[in-house]
Design a protein around this ligand. Structure first.
Ligand SMILES: Cc1cc2nc3c(=O)[nH]c(=O)nc-3n(C[C@H](O)[C@H](O)[C@H](O)COP(=O)(O)OP(=O)(O)OC[C@H]3O[C@@H](n4cnc5c(N)ncnc54)[C@H](O)[C@@H]3O)c2cc1C
Length: 384
């Protein structure tokens, strides 16, 4: 029996992605980070393995896997390269939305956007955050105004992942409409849509992050995805809960790798005529990480299983996001400490993980926002 209750298909996916990550991803992670470079060839190999397409049904060339399998894949990729794992799951979200449309747009967009995403030839970018509206998504100012049979978009977005990658085919900005907030499809190259240079970052350097601008950017009326007033509810109330489980998986993978690296180092490094793993204070760092990692993985799995079972899971997803990303920060910090001076050097993977995981408690809703969600779901805002 698998102690986590994973089924044979899930274990098979875990093994396959783990092998791929060790064989193909890990060795170049340091260089990609150092050069802030995305590897398109590697991403296509990931596509050939079927990872970006895992959640898509067979008619789109996907394998129709469950979300927990996808999380295990994110976890395994993150052990080798958090930036690549993040680019992958972020990059598939827009095509997921398109694949769920059930009208005449489905066929056209299947060929143009969904199939290339499944094959690992394209990524999408989701654009919500603005210079003056991050946690407070209701404050976004980018507007979409219907003019005849076209929407006209105006505004700016910031910290947007993937948009500047050569293989990014489209962005999905959340915009203010006359009825609320709508989610739109803007193909790359649309007139009036432009972006700035890559933002320089503390970590996740081989992932792409940019500022975007929409200046009288015209898109067909059919490029409104869903209702013209329902976009924010769909994202904040639904989509974010799922993506929080994905980013929790980035944290679980990074923490697992930091623990393995730290343990191996502690068992081989000597000081005062013994290996440092014999010192209780070093053991405490390793033990705390091991225990927290177990707890985080189970929180993540529970949230995911509740989603699969169609149960309300907003609280559990926020708990998983909060705990696993904060836990990853502590695990990386312990990892650096166990490595001593070497841990501070760029040549040691723990130093990259330390920088990379710092973003995880901010993106997809900060830790403070997760606490707010958990408190709300616990009933703190409703009198008895
Ligand atoms: C690497 C990276 C990639 C990203 N990718 C994307 C992307 O692809 N698409 C996208 O749309 N965005 C993306 N973001 C943006 C991210 O979602 C926002 O940075 C995040 O939501 C926080 O918004 P903010 O930066 O404006 O901070 P703010 O909202 O200004 O928050 C600043 C501080 O105030 C706190 N705070 C705010 N409101 C409250 C409250 N009500 N209660 C308690 N504390 C509060 C926050 O927790 C935080 O500590 C990315 C960010 C990073 C770092």
């Amino acid at each position: 029996m698998d102690p986590y209750g994973y089924g044979e298909a899930q274990l098979q996916i875990q093994r396959t992605v783990r092998d791929f990550a060790r064989r193909e991803v890990a060795s170049g992670a340091e260089e990609r980070d150092r050069l802030s470079q995305f590897d398109y060839g590697l991403y296509r190999k990931l596509g050939a393995l079927g990872v970006p397409g895992m959640l898509f049904p067979g008619e789109f060339g996907g394998s129709g896997a469950d979300h927990l399998s996808f999380c295990l894949a994110i976890e395994e990729l993150s052990r080798a390269d958090v930036a690549l794992a993040l680019t992958m799951w972020v990059g598939t979200q827009g095509a997921q939305t398109l694949s769920r449309l059930h009208d005449e747009r489905r066929e056209a967009w299947r060929e143009r956007f969904v199939l290339p995403t499944v094959r690992g030839e394209m990524v999408g970018a989701g654009a919500i955050t603005e210079p003056d509206a991050g946690s407070d998504t209701a404050a976004i100012r980018t507007t979409a105004v219907l003019d005849g049979d076209e929407w006209v978009l105006n505004g700016a977005k910031i910290f947007i992942s993937n948009a500047g990658l050569e293989n990014c085919g489209f962005v999905t900005p959340l915009c203010r409409t006359d009825e609320g907030f709508g989610l739109f499809l803007v193909p790359k190259g649309t007139q009036g849509f432009r972006m700035g240079p890559p933002l320089r970052k503390m970590g996740l350097r081989s992932s792409d992050t940019r500022e975007l601008w929409f200046d009288d950017c015209r898109i067909p009326a059919t490029h409104l995805l869903g209702g013209r007033g329902s976009g924010r509810a769909a994202i904040v109330g639904g989509g974010f809960a799922l993506t929080r489980i994905y980013i929790a998986s980035n944290g679980v993978g990074a923490a697992a790798e930091c623990l393995d690296l730290a343990l191996a180092h502690a068992r081989s490094r000597s000081a005062f005529k013994r290996t440092i793993s014999r010192f209780q204070h070093v053991q405490a760092m390793l033990v705390e990480t091991a225990v927290e990692l177990e707890a985080g993985r189970m929180l993540r799995d529970k949230a995911c299983r509740m989603h699969e079972a169609d149960l309300p899971y907003a609280k559990e997803a926020a708990m998983a996001k909060l705990y696993c990303t904060e836990m990853a920060k502590r695990a990386a910090d312990h990892g650096v400490q166990v490595f001593g001076g070497l841990g501070f050097m760029d040549e040691t993977p723990v130093s990259r993980f330390y920088r990379d995981v710092r973003a995880l408690t901010i993106a997809e809703g900060t830790s403070e926002i997760q606490k707010h969600i958990i408190a709300r779901e616990m009933g703190c805002f409703s009198p008895v």
